[in-house]
Design a protein. Structure first.
Ligand code: ADP
Length: 437
């Protein structure tokens, strides 16, 4: 309704203007007895004025729209004003958008981290200057596949790895191919229609600090080995003597117990250092899983002698696994001894190996004490124990699950833990299908 009123107002004005002009010209024409020609003349003048306005509007829109609008009157003035207002607000919105994009670009350019925007075909669409410094991209690489630009096998393997929904995508640490002695961390984030953002940053300092820590632990553990062996040897000799004073015997046997604990600890620390040092995927043997399961079961039966649990073995797949047999056996053995240790006597323990299209699975299920949900995410941290008293009593070092996690990481696998307090737990090692034969 308001639009209609506005239209009527304009129409009214135009009509009054036309009628005034027609009246004046008809009067003039009447002087010569030609009033009708006066009316025709008014019509022609009005029409010419309208065409002129239309022509001015057209040429302004078509050729000079960035200049101020033509000075028109009546309804045309309103049309011009409306178009001009729309144009101005659109220009302001566009300028605003451009300034946001420019500010975004400028802030990304100022960052020390490398950002590379990849389209759905993994083609490099845009990157900031740090990407040229850190990843070695060149201006001519625009529109090329990132896999042709970065020719690092470990990067290719990480880039093509399928994202797993239930494991965090951690990124990868790589030795730089641009600067010797530099280490970089690469992470990939997916967004939109299978587009990706590659982020890379320099972690050389962190890498050196980590190296110092690892070397320190490895050296201390190594240095402790000899004194511990000497201590254990003498203690065993003394304890073997039949005429040993019972008061001394108690002390010596406690010392022997603690020496064993320290030896276990040192061995576990050395194993962790070794796993950390020998990067991922070094050993690629074909592990006969059904045979290994049989061997693990036999070891479990021997360890179970003091506990009296019911042990079950399910081999649901004859598939083999690719990896290091020694390390896999040690990791699975760790899960089995934990299940036996943390289950009250006469419980039941189930070992299982199976495969499907997604990969292979080794699981240990026990009917033991279980673990509260809040502890589960931290179990694979070094020295993390739910009940340290119980762990020490059973000769635990608190490093077993950290070792398991490392071994699995080296096999592109991960550990999944489910547990109910008082009912038991299931520890499952999940391997990707590429590792199954
Ligand atoms: P530890 O040498 O103490 O056994 P681990 O790293 O092997 O160290 O295990 C860490 C902690 O996880 C243990 O101290 C224990 O509290 C808990 N845990 C591990 N396995 C089980 C299990 N099967 N049932 C209940 N708790 C477990």
């Amino acid at each position: 309704m308001p639009q209609f009123l506005t239209l009527w107002r304009f129409f009214n004005k135009e009509l009054i203007k036309f009628l005034s002009l027609a009246g004046a010209l008809m009067l003039l024409g009447a002087l010569w007895g030609q009033a009708l020609w006066g009316f025709v003349g008014a019509l022609v003048i009005t029409l010419l004025l309208q065409w002129r306005a239309m022509y001015l509007l057209y040429t302004w829109l078509r050729f000079n729209s960035h200049e101020p609008p033509p000075n028109l009157r009546g309804i045309w003035a309103s049309v011009v004003y409306t178009i001009y207002r729309l144009q101005t607000s659109e220009r302001l919105a566009r300028e605003n958008l451009v300034s946001i994009v420019e500010r975004g670009r400028a802030s990304l350019a100022a960052l020390d981290e490398a950002f590379v925007l990849l389209d759905h075909d993994s083609l490099a669409a845009w990157w900031n200057p740090a990407a040229e410094r850190i990843l070695g991209l060149q201006p001519g690489d625009q529109g090329r596949s990132i896999l042709n630009v970065i020719r690092n096998p470990e990067f290719h393997e990480y880039f093509q790895r399928k994202p797993q929904s239930d494991t965090p995508h951690d990124g990868i640490k790589l030795a730089s191919w641009v600067n010797e002695n530099q280490f970089i961390q690469c992470e990939i984030t997916r967004f939109g229609k299978n587009e990706r953002l590659l982020i890379a940053y320099d972690i050389t300092r962190l890498h050196h600090l980590e190296q110092v820590r690892k070397d320190f632990i490895a050296n201390v553990s190594h240095e402790l080995r000899t004194p511990l062996t000497v201590l254990a040897g003498y203690l065993e000799t003394y304890l073997d003597q039949d005429d040993l004073n019972p008061r001394w015997r108690r002390g010596f046997s406690q010392m022997q117990q603690q020496t064993r604990r320290m030896t276990n600890l040192v061995n576990d620390l050395l194993m962790l250092s070794r796993l950390e040092r020998t990067g991922a995927n070094l050993v690629k043997q074909e592990i006969n899983m059904p045979a290994l399961m049989g061997q693990l079961f036999a070891d479990a039966e021997a360890y179970n002698a003091d506990y009296g649990h019911q042990l079950h073995l399910d081999i649901d797949s004859l598939s083999h696994l690719i990896g290091s047999e020694q390390e896999i056996a040690s990791a699975f053995g760790n899960l089995i001894t934990n299940a036996i240790k943390y289950t009250p006597k006469h419980g039941s323990i189930n070992l299982r190996w199976w495969t499907d299209e997604q990969g292979g699975y080794f699981s240990v299920t026990d009917s033991g004490i279980g673990i509260e949900q809040s502890h589960i995410p931290r179990l694979t941290e070094r020295f993390y124990r739910v009940d340290s008293g119980r762990s020490r009593e059973s000769g635990g070092t608190g490093l077993g699950l950290a070792i398991v996690k490392h071994v699995l990481l080296q096999h592109d696998a991960y550990l999944s833990i489910t547990s109910t307090v008082g009912k038991g737990s299931t520890f499952t090692a999940v391997f990707p299908s590429e590792r199954i034969l």
